[in-house]
Design a protein. Sequence first.
Length: 255
Amino acid sequence: MSESVLFGVEGHVGVITLNRPERRNALSFEMRERLAQGLEDFAANAEVRIVVLEGAPPSFCAGVDLSEGPPSLGHERADAPVSVSAPFAAFVKPLFASVNGAAAGGGLEIALACDFIIASTTAKFMLPEVRIGSIAGGGGTQRLVRAIPSALAARMLYTGDAMGAQSALDHGLVTELVESDKLHDRALELAHQIAQNAPLSLAAIKECLKVAANLPLNEGLAVERGLWGRLTTSEDRAEGRVAFREGRPPRFKGK
């Protein structure tokens, strides 16, 4: 039996592949535990500067596997304190989702918890929980309304209807569309481009982005300035300036 989640490292890029295509990569309890542990491992690995999350074709992720919970009583872990998206939201390094096919329910919620999403031209996005007597309880109602216009988010949540790839691009849910057969390679190309940058700077930007969504502007600016000040004493900042003057690529060490 193949692994339900695959983890790999290519240079400074970590890759997570949801690998349960026969179930449209629906998230089992075991997969959720493996994902949480894998993200912890990537966070602790100094060589990994960015992580890509993808699903084995033809789907990205159909959401939480409801077959593991008794249908008459609700999902076994409905009252669990940690949502399906929590490990992704807590990840301290850059993380983006590469969505090929459907991202539904919890699948869309984990994608929304990433820093950004790129997608194939055949991708579709939906939170259909209302159709089965529930709501998107893994951050879907809160993150979707921050990612797209609020009225459009409300319509998606109330109807459970899917948003197509082009509409997702037009409304800013995804940043780029790629043909399905080229998405994996494009995701790695983009990840390697980002990974060339200073790892301390990447981590600082991640922290700034998080506070920007939650703090008043003056408080966010204070956090930004504090992080900028810390970076001024780093070896990587000195190396970046020397490399610029010498006309060569910088050799960052994360120090």
